[in-house]
Design a binder for this molecule. Sequence first.
Ligand code: FES
Length: 167
Amino acid sequence: MSSKELNRRDFIKLTSAVTGGIMAAGLGIPIVGYLIDPALREDKAGKPVVVGNINDMTEIGKPYPFSFTITKVNGWERTASSYGGFIIRKSDDPKDLAVLSSRCTHLSCRVNWHEESKAFQCPCHDAKFDADGKVLDGPPPEPLGRFEFEVAEDGAITIIPVEVKEG
Ligand code: FES
């Protein structure tokens, strides 16, 4: 065997190793990225959400509706859920509010405000709640849930999107 043949073999080994390395990196980097991507995504669940501005809510006692969507990330699974509620000014004090959930406490249908009866009504089983969320009629076992909130200097209302029970 001559040294020229060895050099040719070494060259082929080297180019094969380099080519194989490039191909492995070309396939491996996207695969690793796919595998660790869910861990790098930000989960918005439980984070504060701006739902309106008190300066747009001039009428005391009127329920102002709001809604928002939260995407929960569980590994590779993303679930988008819609939430809603009503903001009610109780006085001229911009921080004197009730922030109610629109989720009926019976079987989770969405309640709507009916101006004529001055009540939240559930379309599923005809339940009624008063403007403070208390049950007036129907099968719901408890009042509408509430959201904790903050009112910023500029009037922005931020809630923590976790319903709290009254009492
Ligand atoms: S879901 Fe609202 S009354 Fe049944």
